[in-house]
Write a protein that binds this ligand. Sequence first.
Ligand code: FES
Length: 106
Amino acid sequence: MTGPSWVPTIDDARVRDGAYVAVYPKGLGVLLARIDGDLFAVANKCAHMGCPLEGGKLDGPVLTCPCHDWRFDLRTGVFLDAPELALATYPVKVEDGKIHVEVGGA
Ligand code: FES
């Protein structure tokens, strides 16, 4: 059973391997990234001062925030220099060719 909090976003084919796309399920800023073939969803909001992360450079699994260069592993959301800090992450799945994100009560 799929719960009501799974929100369809874009076609699976739009997220290329090694790249990310910004989406807004229920108005929530989320980055969808494909890394080594697997999809991940993290908040499009830096854990430092809240800058949008889109526009940041992705190198393997590591996204660098465009504002002050904090680096996050998009597979886990973890901030590389202080792992106790992390981006919010969201469950993600593909159904009928579309990427769905579970945004909880957002
Ligand atoms: S807001 Fe992202 S590093 Fe400062």
